[in-house]
Design a binder for this molecule. Structure first.
Ligand code: TXA
Ligand code: MG
Length: 337
């Protein structure tokens, strides 16, 4: 299949209306969209992503007034959250509209509803005028795509088209909130933090995604996610990076026996703190703020893979604001989801 590169909204919307698979930018990460009412299109999407079928997809609409395309009703907490934070990086779990294909919701009677705050996404969704199921645009398990080039790295030839748009601004997927049960519970942290949600619904809680009850409520969260090919090792400080790195023994099978430490070009580091001798590393980035770190994380992990790095050290951040979501993705990238 040849994947079309598009910059025309009408053409992009027509591809969705005709049952095609289209990658498009949102303010979080690129989405991989299909008509959520078309079972064949949904099947094509699962095949392109290589996604397990027990992991439900988020359904997107172009503006708040379009919510009846995806949901049967808005629960009171969903209405409050959409009023304050939508369009934006939040997904509310609500009772599903009967027209949404069961494959989209993995057989659940609920649906994740999101209105992206991105002009291209809004224009395509509004023009298509139908509910669009869109997981992150990456092969299942890989870091999400935050540039169109990275999306094509995973999916060129597997999808009908990509809208060649600007990189998203947030860089991590939306906050997912269960609004069916009371009190509302965060199933996946994102840019809309627990503090922000509690400012409008004080009883809201943060779910532990490793909790077994939570796994039932948010299926698919235990599958591997956001993982580069290189091993990811988490550190809390730059000093911890230095000491862990020194004790990393490297076996070079091309010569005899165990060798000394991993050569610097096989190591990558990213975090808020700078480190010494960064020039010798295979990949290095330090960020002024957690927001900037979040925006560039997935692209950093992919770049480390492109450079053949074998171990990526990532610094955890203070867990406030987007820090909670960033630490969640770092833990999952390290296989400790
Ligand atoms: O920012 C985002 O949310 C991006 C952009 C493209 O909008 N989309 C995204 O979709 O990250 P995806 O499919 O990669 O993640 C969907 C998440 C999963 O954790 C899934 O378990 C949860 O949402 N989810 C979807 N529908 C659900 C439902 N009915 N009940 C519980 N959890 C649900
Ligand atoms: Mg994803």
């Amino acid at each position: 299949m040849k994947t079309l590169r598009l910059t025309d909204i009408d053409h992009a919307a027509a591809i969705l209306s005709q049952g095609g698979v289209l990658a498009f930018p949102t303010e979080t990460v690129f989405g991989l969209g299909v008509d959520a009412t078309n079972p064949n299109a949904v099947e094509k999407l699962f095949a392109a992503k290589g996604r397990p079928s027990d992991n439900p997809l988020i359904v997107h609409v172009g503006s708040i007034k379009h919510w009846p395309l995806a949901a049967a009703e808005l629960t009171p907490s969903a209405a409050i959250l959409l009023k304050h934070f939508s369009p934006g990086p939040i997904t509310v779990i609500v009772p599903k509209h009967p027209s949404i294909s069961p494959a989209v919701t993995a057989g659940l009677d609920t649906v994740g509803l999101r209105i992206p705050n991105h002009p291209i996404a809004q224009a395509i969704l509004t023009k298509a005028n139908r509910p669009i199921a869109a997981p992150s645009a990456n092969r299942s398990g890989r870091p999400s795509g935050t540039t169109w080039q990275s999306v094509l790295e995973d999916l060129d030839g597997l999808i009908d088209a990509i809208f060649v748009g600007q990189s998203p601004g947030i860089g991590l997927e939306s906050t997912v909130v269960d609004c069916v049960h009371e009190p509302p519970t965060i199933l996946r942290p994102g840019a809309i933090s627990l503090e922000m949600i509690r400012s409008v619904i004080p009883a809201a809680t943060a779910g532990l995604t490793t909790d077994s009850a939570m796994t039932v409520r948010s299926p698919g969260t235990l599958h591997p996610h956001y993982q580069p090919k290189a091993e990811v090792c988490l550190v809390t400080t730059a000093d911890e990076f230095q000491s862990t790195r020194e004790s990393t023994v490297y076996r070079d099978h091309s010569s005899d026996g165990p060798k000394d430490t991993l050569p610097p070009e096989k190591i990558a580091y990213c975090g808020l703190e700078t480190i010494a001798n960064q020039e010798s590393l295979g990949a290095y980035s330090h960020f002024a703020t957690a927001e900037e770190y979040a925006r560039h994380l997935y692209e950093f992990l992919r770049e480390a893979d492109r450079r053949g790095v074998s171990k990526i050290f990532c610094q955890l951040v203070p867990p406030s604001g987007i820090g909670e979501a960033l630490n969640d993705r770092l833990r999952r990238a390290a296989g400790r989801g």
